[in-house]
Write a protein that binds this ligand. Structure first.
Ligand code: BGC
Length: 419
């Protein structure tokens, strides 16, 4: 049933995080890499980010090696209940998070009962508040032992992940309905194996391709395995999508934009879409194409990490995906780095408009999860980009809902018909 706000009563309104970015005190392939690279990342920051529009605000933080070490981050592992209070304060009814494989299986063959109990309690806490847990099984971080075996580069390693997925969902999955197998397989493969920006810092077209393909196969096999664990689970994958559009009417611009879109979306989605009960969409930005190049408007407003702010374009992504694949869509991530919170409310307003239009046009949209609930460790950027609805003071651990979050909470109340 749709309320007169344009959104169904059961629409999922929530926020998202991932384990490594918020839990703190992790031991995995990323933590190893952070320690090895913190100094050089701090040193290179002035070359990488100096032309960012808002660079002067972050220069000091980004030049400090500590910025690149996740460390305690927001210490969400211990403070999760406090963070779930924030979801309630914003009238949310859904929350996406990931289970950190390296905690559950710190060594090959090991099974950490304490970590498993932790995640069981974590999910039970959400359920007791009427919040729908949306579990992600792989969000960019690998246990050291699995990384040392070659990670997802080796087809024969996939079975280790399936084993983890089956076992953890058997043990903690009671009451879970939605599972995201893999977060952004292509982004992971590209950053780690083609651009060399993330561990294991490889730059090889062939190795990138192999990892990307293996991850698609991992999704298919995990889907089948989890359906055997619980046939009622709704299983999907979270795929990022940049909205490419031609900047003029020239033939080359139009063909290039279409081709870039296909390369980014469809070549990954086509092989797996039959094994998706819903499609997870991570949307952050559009890209304008002139000729065969992306060239965004110079005048456009930018987020703190210099991404062009085009929130309303989410409507086009939703329409394109739905008209092509006819599957329910869950927005698994969407948001912006905005430390002073001067653009987040506007972003949310335009996004809600875009979603409403898409629903009106018949798109089966089941929910919206903002990235992120709290400030987090933003991978190779470190801690300076602030994506949180809630700000974190990393020195004291203090959490404060940003003004846009308080506004969003009031809007959700209305949109859910709770007023
Ligand atoms: C990732 C998140 C990340 C966000 C913002 C997505 O690509 O899934 O882990 O924090 O984008 O960069």
């Amino acid at each position: 049933m749709t309320t007169d706000t344009g959104f169904a009563k059961r629409f999922l309104w929530g926020a998202a995080t991932s384990a490594h970015q918020v839990e703190g005190k992790a031991t995995n392939q990323w933590t190893r890499w952070e320690l090895e690279n913190a100094s050089s990342l701090a040193e290179q920051s002035k070359y990488h980010y100096a032309d960012f529009e808002h660079w002067s605000n972050f220069k000091a933080a980004a030049s400090n090696p500590n910025n690149y070490v996740s460390g305690r981050t927001a210490n969400h592992y211990e403070n999760y209940s406090t963070d779930f209070d924030l979801l309630e304060q914003m009238n949310m009814n859904a929350y996406r998070f990931s289970i950190e494989w390296s905690r559950v299986q710190p060594k090959e063959g090991a099974w950490d009962v304490e970590a498993v109990t932790h995640y069981r309690d974590y999910i039970a806490d959400l359920k007791s508040r009427g919040i729908e847990p949306i579990v992600t099984l792989f969000h960019f971080t690998l246990p050291d032992w699995f990384a040392d075996k070659g990670g997802f580069e080796k087809y024969s390693n996939i079975r280790y992940f399936i084993d983890f997925a089956e076992r953890i969902m058997t043990e903690v999955g009671k009451g879970v309905k939605y599972v995201v197998t893999i977060n952004e397989p292509d982004v992971y493969a590209e950053a780690g194996y083609r651009n060399g920006d993330w561990p294991p810092a490889v730059s090889s077209r062939w190795r990138f391709y192999r990892v990307a393909m293996n991850l698609m196969l991992t999704h298919q096999r995990t889907y089948r395995a989890l359906k055997r664990v619980n046939g009622r689970l709704k299983i999907g994958l979270a795929k990022n999508s940049v909205n490419y559009y031609p900047g003029d009417n020239a033939w080359l611009s139009r063909v290039s934009a279409g081709w870039m879109q296909w390369l980014q979306d469809d070549r990954y989605l086509i092989p797996v879409v039959r094994r998706m009960d819903f499609m997870g969409l991570n949307y952050y930005q559009s890209a304008r194409v002139y000729g065969y190049r992306v060239h965004n408007p110079e005048t456009a407003d930018k987020s703190d990490v210099d991404w062009t702010l085009t929130p309303g374009d989410i409507e086009y992504v939703l329409q394109r995906w739905y008209s092509k694949y006819k599957k329910p869509i869950l927005i698994t991530e969407n948001g912006l780095a905005d430390a002073d919170d001067s653009r987040r409310q506007e972003w949310l307003q335009a996004t809600i408009r875009g979603m409403r239009n898409a629903i009106k046009d018949g798109v089966e949209l089941i929910g919206y999860l903002h990235w992120s609930l709290i400030d987090n460790f933003e991978w190779a950027y470190g801690k300076w980009p602030r994506f949180g609805l809630t700000s974190i003071n990393y020195a004291t651990g203090e959490r404060t809902l940003r003004p846009s979050a308080r506004w969003f909470g009031r809007v959700i109340k209305k949109l859910r018909g709770l007023d």
